[in-house]
Design a protein around this ligand. Structure first.
Ligand SMILES: *Cc1c(COP(=O)(O)O)cnc(C)c1O
Length: 429
Protein backbone atom coordinates (compact mmCIF):
# COMPACT_ATOMS: atom_id res chain seq x y z
CA UNK A 1 0.00 0.00 0.00
CA UNK A 2 1.51 3.26 -1.08
CA UNK A 3 -1.34 5.55 -0.25
CA UNK A 4 0.26 8.56 1.31
CA UNK A 5 -2.00 10.18 3.85
CA UNK A 6 -0.77 13.75 4.16
CA UNK A 7 -1.20 15.81 7.30
CA UNK A 8 -3.73 17.91 5.41
CA UNK A 9 -5.93 14.93 4.49
CA UNK A 10 -9.44 15.82 5.66
CA UNK A 11 -11.10 13.56 8.24
CA UNK A 12 -13.91 12.62 5.87
CA UNK A 13 -11.38 11.31 3.36
CA UNK A 14 -9.47 9.29 5.98
CA UNK A 15 -12.76 7.69 7.00
CA UNK A 16 -14.12 7.03 3.51
CA UNK A 17 -10.98 6.18 1.58
CA UNK A 18 -10.78 2.54 2.73
CA UNK A 19 -14.34 1.99 1.49
CA UNK A 20 -14.55 3.82 -1.80
CA UNK A 21 -13.76 1.75 -4.89
CA UNK A 22 -12.49 4.07 -7.62
CA UNK A 23 -13.05 3.80 -11.40
CA UNK A 24 -10.48 2.16 -13.71
CA UNK A 25 -8.08 2.03 -10.79
CA UNK A 26 -5.72 -0.55 -9.36
CA UNK A 27 -6.71 0.06 -5.76
CA UNK A 28 -3.54 -1.50 -4.36
CA UNK A 29 -1.34 1.22 -5.79
CA UNK A 30 -3.73 4.10 -6.44
CA UNK A 31 -2.42 7.34 -4.92
CA UNK A 32 -4.84 9.09 -2.60
CA UNK A 33 -7.34 10.97 -4.81
CA UNK A 34 -7.42 14.77 -4.53
CA UNK A 35 -9.98 15.89 -1.94
CA UNK A 36 -12.25 18.40 -3.67
CA UNK A 37 -14.56 20.60 -1.63
CA UNK A 38 -15.93 23.14 -4.11
CA UNK A 39 -16.10 24.08 -7.78
CA UNK A 40 -16.45 27.47 -9.40
CA UNK A 41 -16.09 28.51 -13.03
CA UNK A 42 -13.24 26.41 -14.42
CA UNK A 43 -11.69 25.56 -11.04
CA UNK A 44 -11.76 22.85 -8.42
CA UNK A 45 -10.95 23.90 -4.87
CA UNK A 46 -9.13 21.35 -2.74
CA UNK A 47 -9.54 20.77 0.98
CA UNK A 48 -6.30 22.62 1.74
CA UNK A 49 -7.45 25.68 -0.22
CA UNK A 50 -5.43 25.05 -3.39
CA UNK A 51 -7.22 25.53 -6.71
CA UNK A 52 -6.90 23.36 -9.81
CA UNK A 53 -7.65 24.71 -13.28
CA UNK A 54 -9.70 21.90 -14.83
CA UNK A 55 -8.34 21.09 -18.28
CA UNK A 56 -10.82 18.34 -19.09
CA UNK A 57 -14.15 19.72 -17.82
CA UNK A 58 -14.77 16.62 -15.70
CA UNK A 59 -14.71 14.10 -18.54
CA UNK A 60 -16.06 16.54 -21.18
CA UNK A 61 -19.21 17.34 -19.21
CA UNK A 62 -18.94 20.81 -17.65
CA UNK A 63 -19.06 22.72 -20.93
CA UNK A 64 -20.32 26.00 -19.34
CA UNK A 65 -17.91 25.72 -16.41
CA UNK A 66 -19.00 24.78 -12.91
CA UNK A 67 -21.86 26.28 -10.92
CA UNK A 68 -23.17 28.31 -13.83
CA UNK A 69 -25.80 30.52 -12.19
CA UNK A 70 -28.44 29.81 -14.85
CA UNK A 71 -28.17 26.04 -14.35
CA UNK A 72 -27.91 26.31 -10.57
CA UNK A 73 -31.08 28.45 -10.48
CA UNK A 74 -33.00 26.09 -12.78
CA UNK A 75 -32.09 23.03 -10.72
CA UNK A 76 -32.77 24.78 -7.40
CA UNK A 77 -36.23 25.84 -8.59
CA UNK A 78 -36.98 22.35 -9.84
CA UNK A 79 -35.74 20.85 -6.56
CA UNK A 80 -38.35 22.82 -4.66
CA UNK A 81 -41.14 22.04 -7.09
CA UNK A 82 -40.60 18.38 -7.92
CA UNK A 83 -37.24 16.59 -7.57
CA UNK A 84 -38.37 13.36 -9.14
CA UNK A 85 -41.32 11.31 -10.22
CA UNK A 86 -41.40 8.02 -12.04
CA UNK A 87 -41.81 8.50 -15.78
CA UNK A 88 -44.09 5.57 -16.61
CA UNK A 89 -47.56 7.02 -17.19
CA UNK A 90 -46.53 10.56 -16.23
CA UNK A 91 -45.30 13.60 -18.15
CA UNK A 92 -43.74 16.71 -16.68
CA UNK A 93 -42.88 20.05 -18.21
CA UNK A 94 -39.05 19.78 -17.96
CA UNK A 95 -39.03 16.46 -19.87
CA UNK A 96 -41.54 17.58 -22.50
CA UNK A 97 -39.62 20.80 -23.07
CA UNK A 98 -36.30 18.99 -23.28
CA UNK A 99 -37.56 16.36 -25.73
CA UNK A 100 -39.03 19.03 -28.00
CA UNK A 101 -35.85 21.13 -27.79
CA UNK A 102 -33.61 18.18 -28.64
CA UNK A 103 -35.84 17.24 -31.57
CA UNK A 104 -35.65 20.83 -32.80
CA UNK A 105 -31.85 21.09 -32.75
CA UNK A 106 -30.96 17.56 -33.88
CA UNK A 107 -30.51 17.03 -37.63
CA UNK A 108 -33.23 15.57 -39.85
CA UNK A 109 -36.10 13.68 -38.28
CA UNK A 110 -34.23 12.58 -35.15
CA UNK A 111 -37.39 13.49 -33.26
CA UNK A 112 -38.14 10.66 -30.83
CA UNK A 113 -36.32 10.97 -27.53
CA UNK A 114 -35.84 8.18 -24.99
CA UNK A 115 -34.25 9.38 -21.75
CA UNK A 116 -31.86 7.44 -19.51
CA UNK A 117 -29.21 8.15 -16.91
CA UNK A 118 -25.83 7.44 -18.49
CA UNK A 119 -24.10 7.23 -21.83
CA UNK A 120 -23.56 3.47 -21.55
CA UNK A 121 -27.26 2.93 -20.98
CA UNK A 122 -28.09 5.23 -23.90
CA UNK A 123 -25.95 2.88 -26.02
CA UNK A 124 -27.67 -0.23 -24.62
CA UNK A 125 -31.00 1.35 -25.51
CA UNK A 126 -29.81 2.23 -29.02
CA UNK A 127 -28.71 -1.39 -29.51
CA UNK A 128 -32.04 -2.69 -28.22
CA UNK A 129 -33.90 -0.23 -30.44
CA UNK A 130 -31.99 -1.47 -33.47
CA UNK A 131 -32.50 -5.15 -32.60
CA UNK A 132 -36.17 -4.67 -31.89
CA UNK A 133 -36.64 -2.50 -34.96
CA UNK A 134 -35.58 -5.42 -37.16
CA UNK A 135 -37.59 -7.93 -35.13
CA UNK A 136 -40.67 -5.72 -35.37
CA UNK A 137 -40.44 -5.56 -39.15
CA UNK A 138 -39.92 -9.30 -39.47
CA UNK A 139 -36.13 -9.53 -39.78
CA UNK A 140 -35.21 -11.09 -36.45
CA UNK A 141 -31.92 -12.46 -37.85
CA UNK A 142 -30.45 -8.94 -37.86
CA UNK A 143 -28.66 -9.26 -34.53
CA UNK A 144 -25.03 -8.20 -35.05
CA UNK A 145 -23.39 -4.83 -34.68
CA UNK A 146 -20.36 -3.50 -36.50
CA UNK A 147 -18.18 -0.97 -34.72
CA UNK A 148 -14.66 0.34 -35.25
CA UNK A 149 -11.15 -0.23 -33.99
CA UNK A 150 -10.36 2.14 -31.10
CA UNK A 151 -14.07 2.55 -30.40
CA UNK A 152 -15.33 3.23 -26.89
CA UNK A 153 -19.06 3.07 -26.27
CA UNK A 154 -19.33 2.46 -22.53
CA UNK A 155 -18.83 -0.06 -19.77
CA UNK A 156 -22.06 -2.06 -19.66
CA UNK A 157 -22.11 -5.51 -21.25
CA UNK A 158 -23.76 -4.62 -24.55
CA UNK A 159 -21.66 -1.49 -24.91
CA UNK A 160 -18.48 -3.41 -24.09
CA UNK A 161 -19.20 -5.79 -26.96
CA UNK A 162 -18.86 -2.94 -29.46
CA UNK A 163 -15.74 -1.35 -27.96
CA UNK A 164 -12.37 -2.07 -29.57
CA UNK A 165 -12.16 -5.86 -29.22
CA UNK A 166 -8.42 -6.00 -28.50
CA UNK A 167 -7.32 -2.71 -27.15
CA UNK A 168 -10.21 -1.69 -24.95
CA UNK A 169 -10.41 -1.61 -21.18
CA UNK A 170 -12.62 -4.67 -21.44
CA UNK A 171 -10.23 -7.34 -22.72
CA UNK A 172 -10.90 -9.35 -19.52
CA UNK A 173 -14.43 -9.97 -20.68
CA UNK A 174 -13.65 -10.99 -24.24
CA UNK A 175 -15.02 -14.49 -23.81
CA UNK A 176 -18.43 -13.56 -22.48
CA UNK A 177 -19.32 -10.64 -24.70
CA UNK A 178 -21.75 -10.84 -27.60
CA UNK A 179 -19.82 -11.59 -30.78
CA UNK A 180 -19.82 -8.50 -32.98
CA UNK A 181 -17.92 -7.26 -36.01
CA UNK A 182 -15.11 -4.74 -35.77
CA UNK A 183 -13.47 -2.87 -38.62
CA UNK A 184 -10.81 -0.21 -39.04
CA UNK A 185 -12.29 3.25 -39.48
CA UNK A 186 -12.35 3.46 -43.30
CA UNK A 187 -10.03 6.43 -43.73
CA UNK A 188 -8.46 5.27 -47.00
CA UNK A 189 -9.95 4.18 -50.31
CA UNK A 190 -8.79 0.62 -49.66
CA UNK A 191 -10.34 0.49 -46.20
CA UNK A 192 -13.54 1.96 -47.61
CA UNK A 193 -13.76 -0.86 -50.12
CA UNK A 194 -13.06 -3.45 -47.40
CA UNK A 195 -15.64 -1.88 -45.13
CA UNK A 196 -18.26 -1.88 -47.86
CA UNK A 197 -17.51 -5.54 -48.57
CA UNK A 198 -17.93 -6.49 -44.90
CA UNK A 199 -21.24 -4.66 -44.71
CA UNK A 200 -22.42 -6.20 -47.99
CA UNK A 201 -21.41 -9.72 -46.91
CA UNK A 202 -23.08 -9.41 -43.52
CA UNK A 203 -26.11 -7.38 -44.48
CA UNK A 204 -28.58 -10.11 -43.52
CA UNK A 205 -27.16 -10.35 -39.99
CA UNK A 206 -26.16 -6.76 -39.35
CA UNK A 207 -28.55 -4.69 -37.25
CA UNK A 208 -26.45 -1.54 -37.19
CA UNK A 209 -23.09 0.11 -37.60
CA UNK A 210 -22.02 2.18 -34.59
CA UNK A 211 -19.63 5.12 -34.86
CA UNK A 212 -18.36 7.96 -32.71
CA UNK A 213 -18.43 10.57 -35.48
CA UNK A 214 -15.26 12.66 -36.03
CA UNK A 215 -13.60 11.93 -32.70
CA UNK A 216 -13.23 8.58 -31.00
CA UNK A 217 -12.97 9.29 -27.30
CA UNK A 218 -11.76 7.01 -24.52
CA UNK A 219 -10.62 4.35 -27.02
CA UNK A 220 -7.65 6.49 -28.02
CA UNK A 221 -8.82 9.93 -29.14
CA UNK A 222 -8.42 9.12 -32.84
CA UNK A 223 -9.84 11.65 -35.33
CA UNK A 224 -11.25 11.12 -38.79
CA UNK A 225 -12.67 13.49 -41.40
CA UNK A 226 -16.36 14.28 -42.00
CA UNK A 227 -16.30 12.60 -45.42
CA UNK A 228 -15.30 9.30 -43.77
CA UNK A 229 -18.47 9.39 -41.68
CA UNK A 230 -20.51 10.48 -44.70
CA UNK A 231 -19.15 7.50 -46.63
CA UNK A 232 -20.01 5.11 -43.76
CA UNK A 233 -23.52 6.54 -43.72
CA UNK A 234 -23.76 6.11 -47.50
CA UNK A 235 -22.73 2.42 -47.27
CA UNK A 236 -25.25 1.82 -44.48
CA UNK A 237 -28.03 3.28 -46.60
CA UNK A 238 -26.94 1.35 -49.67
CA UNK A 239 -27.17 -2.00 -47.85
CA UNK A 240 -30.03 -1.00 -45.56
CA UNK A 241 -28.09 -1.33 -42.32
CA UNK A 242 -28.93 1.11 -39.53
CA UNK A 243 -26.40 3.71 -38.41
CA UNK A 244 -26.05 4.59 -34.73
CA UNK A 245 -24.08 7.76 -33.96
CA UNK A 246 -22.56 7.72 -30.49
CA UNK A 247 -22.33 11.44 -29.76
CA UNK A 248 -22.12 10.95 -26.00
CA UNK A 249 -18.73 12.70 -26.08
CA UNK A 250 -18.91 14.74 -29.31
CA UNK A 251 -22.41 16.17 -28.77
CA UNK A 252 -23.13 19.69 -27.56
CA UNK A 253 -20.48 21.70 -29.32
CA UNK A 254 -17.34 19.80 -28.43
CA UNK A 255 -16.14 19.27 -32.03
CA UNK A 256 -17.08 22.76 -33.20
CA UNK A 257 -20.70 22.19 -34.26
CA UNK A 258 -23.59 21.41 -31.95
CA UNK A 259 -23.38 17.78 -33.11
CA UNK A 260 -20.56 16.13 -35.06
CA UNK A 261 -23.14 14.62 -37.46
CA UNK A 262 -23.91 18.13 -38.69
CA UNK A 263 -20.33 18.58 -39.92
CA UNK A 264 -20.59 15.20 -41.66
CA UNK A 265 -23.96 16.21 -43.14
CA UNK A 266 -25.55 12.93 -42.15
CA UNK A 267 -28.68 11.92 -40.28
CA UNK A 268 -28.05 8.66 -38.41
CA UNK A 269 -31.01 6.41 -37.61
CA UNK A 270 -30.28 6.68 -33.90
CA UNK A 271 -28.12 9.13 -31.97
CA UNK A 272 -26.88 8.79 -28.38
CA UNK A 273 -26.28 11.84 -26.20
CA UNK A 274 -24.83 12.13 -22.71
CA UNK A 275 -21.84 13.82 -21.08
CA UNK A 276 -22.51 17.52 -21.96
CA UNK A 277 -26.31 17.17 -21.96
CA UNK A 278 -26.85 18.69 -18.50
CA UNK A 279 -23.77 20.91 -18.63
CA UNK A 280 -22.03 18.51 -16.26
CA UNK A 281 -24.51 18.92 -13.43
CA UNK A 282 -26.52 15.69 -13.29
CA UNK A 283 -26.23 12.26 -14.84
CA UNK A 284 -28.48 12.05 -17.85
CA UNK A 285 -28.45 10.64 -21.36
CA UNK A 286 -30.78 10.33 -24.31
CA UNK A 287 -31.23 7.98 -27.23
CA UNK A 288 -32.98 9.70 -30.11
CA UNK A 289 -34.47 7.90 -33.12
CA UNK A 290 -35.78 8.92 -36.52
CA UNK A 291 -39.37 8.47 -37.57
CA UNK A 292 -38.51 5.32 -39.50
CA UNK A 293 -37.28 3.63 -36.30
CA UNK A 294 -40.03 5.01 -34.09
CA UNK A 295 -42.82 4.00 -36.48
CA UNK A 296 -41.66 0.36 -36.43
CA UNK A 297 -42.61 0.23 -32.73
CA UNK A 298 -46.19 1.37 -33.37
CA UNK A 299 -48.44 -1.68 -33.40
CA UNK A 300 -51.55 -3.33 -31.95
CA UNK A 301 -49.15 -5.90 -30.49
CA UNK A 302 -47.89 -4.86 -27.01
CA UNK A 303 -44.75 -6.96 -27.57
CA UNK A 304 -43.68 -4.49 -30.28
CA UNK A 305 -43.21 -1.71 -27.70
CA UNK A 306 -39.67 -0.76 -26.69
CA UNK A 307 -38.88 -2.86 -23.64
CA UNK A 308 -36.90 -0.47 -21.51
CA UNK A 309 -37.53 1.95 -18.64
CA UNK A 310 -34.86 3.20 -16.24
CA UNK A 311 -36.17 4.04 -12.76
CA UNK A 312 -34.77 7.57 -12.79
CA UNK A 313 -35.61 8.13 -16.45
CA UNK A 314 -36.20 11.80 -17.33
CA UNK A 315 -35.37 12.91 -13.80
CA UNK A 316 -36.85 16.44 -13.55
CA UNK A 317 -33.72 17.91 -11.95
CA UNK A 318 -31.58 16.60 -14.80
CA UNK A 319 -34.12 17.81 -17.37
CA UNK A 320 -34.11 21.26 -15.77
CA UNK A 321 -30.30 21.35 -15.93
CA UNK A 322 -30.35 20.21 -19.58
CA UNK A 323 -32.98 22.81 -20.53
CA UNK A 324 -30.92 25.54 -18.90
CA UNK A 325 -27.80 24.25 -20.63
CA UNK A 326 -29.47 24.29 -24.06
CA UNK A 327 -30.63 27.86 -23.41
CA UNK A 328 -27.06 28.85 -22.65
CA UNK A 329 -25.99 27.48 -26.02
CA UNK A 330 -28.52 29.87 -27.58
CA UNK A 331 -27.83 32.89 -25.41
CA UNK A 332 -24.05 32.75 -25.23
CA UNK A 333 -21.58 32.36 -28.11
CA UNK A 334 -20.52 28.81 -27.25
CA UNK A 335 -19.62 27.63 -30.75
CA UNK A 336 -17.56 30.79 -31.35
CA UNK A 337 -15.78 30.09 -28.06
CA UNK A 338 -15.08 26.54 -29.21
CA UNK A 339 -13.61 27.83 -32.49
CA UNK A 340 -11.36 30.19 -30.55
CA UNK A 341 -10.28 27.42 -28.18
CA UNK A 342 -9.39 25.28 -31.20
CA UNK A 343 -7.14 28.05 -32.57
CA UNK A 344 -5.34 28.44 -29.27
CA UNK A 345 -4.95 24.70 -28.71
CA UNK A 346 -3.50 24.31 -32.22
CA UNK A 347 -1.05 27.11 -31.74
CA UNK A 348 -0.01 26.34 -28.16
CA UNK A 349 0.24 22.54 -28.37
CA UNK A 350 2.16 22.60 -31.67
CA UNK A 351 5.57 22.81 -29.94
CA UNK A 352 4.88 19.34 -28.48
CA UNK A 353 5.71 17.94 -31.93
CA UNK A 354 9.38 18.54 -31.19
CA UNK A 355 9.37 16.66 -27.88
CA UNK A 356 11.02 13.24 -27.93
CA UNK A 357 8.39 10.54 -27.62
CA UNK A 358 5.53 12.59 -29.05
CA UNK A 359 4.13 11.04 -32.23
CA UNK A 360 1.17 13.29 -33.00
CA UNK A 361 -0.51 16.52 -31.98
CA UNK A 362 -4.08 17.07 -33.14
CA UNK A 363 -6.92 19.43 -32.31
CA UNK A 364 -10.56 19.57 -33.26
CA UNK A 365 -13.01 21.92 -31.64
CA UNK A 366 -12.34 22.14 -27.91
CA UNK A 367 -10.25 18.96 -27.98
CA UNK A 368 -6.46 18.98 -27.97
CA UNK A 369 -4.54 15.71 -28.12
CA UNK A 370 -0.85 14.96 -27.73
CA UNK A 371 -0.18 11.33 -28.57
CA UNK A 372 3.04 9.68 -27.42
CA UNK A 373 4.80 6.53 -28.61
CA UNK A 374 4.51 4.90 -25.21
CA UNK A 375 3.11 6.25 -21.96
CA UNK A 376 5.17 5.80 -18.81
CA UNK A 377 5.10 7.18 -15.27
CA UNK A 378 1.37 7.81 -15.60
CA UNK A 379 0.66 8.38 -11.88
CA UNK A 380 3.74 10.55 -11.53
CA UNK A 381 2.81 12.79 -14.44
CA UNK A 382 -0.77 13.13 -13.19
CA UNK A 383 0.69 14.16 -9.85
CA UNK A 384 2.91 16.74 -11.57
CA UNK A 385 -0.14 18.39 -13.13
CA UNK A 386 -1.77 18.70 -9.70
CA UNK A 387 1.40 20.16 -8.19
CA UNK A 388 1.33 22.83 -10.87
CA UNK A 389 -2.32 23.64 -10.29
CA UNK A 390 -4.04 21.99 -13.23
CA UNK A 391 -6.32 18.98 -13.57
CA UNK A 392 -5.52 16.69 -16.52
CA UNK A 393 -5.79 12.93 -16.87
CA UNK A 394 -3.44 11.43 -19.44
CA UNK A 395 -4.35 7.83 -20.26
CA UNK A 396 -3.17 5.10 -22.66
CA UNK A 397 -0.84 6.92 -25.08
CA UNK A 398 -2.65 10.24 -24.78
CA UNK A 399 -2.25 13.60 -23.09
CA UNK A 400 -5.35 15.64 -23.76
CA UNK A 401 -7.28 18.81 -22.99
CA UNK A 402 -11.06 19.21 -23.29
CA UNK A 403 -11.63 22.46 -21.41
CA UNK A 404 -14.92 24.15 -20.60
CA UNK A 405 -16.03 26.37 -23.48
CA UNK A 406 -16.06 29.41 -21.19
CA UNK A 407 -12.39 29.20 -20.25
CA UNK A 408 -10.69 32.57 -20.71
CA UNK A 409 -7.79 32.99 -23.08
CA UNK A 410 -5.30 33.62 -20.28
CA UNK A 411 -6.44 30.50 -18.42
CA UNK A 412 -6.23 28.48 -21.61
CA UNK A 413 -2.72 29.76 -22.29
CA UNK A 414 -1.67 28.82 -18.77
CA UNK A 415 -3.22 25.38 -19.16
CA UNK A 416 -1.42 24.77 -22.46
CA UNK A 417 1.86 26.11 -21.13
CA UNK A 418 1.81 23.72 -18.17
CA UNK A 419 0.77 20.86 -20.45
CA UNK A 420 3.69 21.46 -22.83
CA UNK A 421 6.24 21.99 -20.05
CA UNK A 422 5.09 18.88 -18.22
CA UNK A 423 5.27 16.70 -21.33
CA UNK A 424 8.81 18.00 -21.83
CA UNK A 425 9.69 17.03 -18.26
CA UNK A 426 7.96 13.66 -18.62
CA UNK A 427 9.87 12.99 -21.82
CA UNK A 428 13.17 13.24 -19.93
CA UNK A 429 12.18 10.93 -17.07
C1 LIG B 1 -18.39 8.38 -21.92
C2 LIG B 1 -18.87 7.69 -23.15
C3 LIG B 1 -19.84 6.67 -23.09
C4 LIG B 1 -20.37 6.14 -21.78
O1 LIG B 1 -21.03 7.10 -21.05
P1 LIG B 1 -21.23 6.88 -19.46
O2 LIG B 1 -22.08 8.03 -19.07
O3 LIG B 1 -19.86 6.91 -18.86
O4 LIG B 1 -21.89 5.57 -19.28
C5 LIG B 1 -20.28 6.13 -24.27
N1 LIG B 1 -19.81 6.55 -25.46
C6 LIG B 1 -18.88 7.52 -25.55
C7 LIG B 1 -18.41 7.96 -26.90
C8 LIG B 1 -18.36 8.10 -24.40
O5 LIG B 1 -17.42 9.05 -24.49
Amino acid sequence: MSKLIAASTPAWQMRGNPHVWMPYAQMQTLPLPVPVVRTEGVYWELADGRRLLDGIASWWTACHGYNHPAIVAAVAKQLETMPHIMFAGAHHEPACRLAASLAAILPGDLDYVFFSDSGSVAIEIAMKMALQYWRNIGQAARTRFLSFHDAYHGDTTGAMSICDPVDSMHANFAGILLPQLSHAVPTTRELQQQFEKVVANNRNELAAVVIEPLVQGAGGMRFHEPDVVAQISHVCQKYDVLLIADEVATGFGRTGSMFACQQCEIVPDIICLGKGLTGGVLGMAATVATKRIYDAFLSDDPACALQHGPTYMANPLACAAANASLELFQQEPRLKQVAHIEQILRQELAPCRDITGVVDVRCRGAIGVVQVAAMHDLQRVRQRFVEQGIWARPFRDIFYLTPAFVMSESELLRLCHIMVQTIKEWSAW
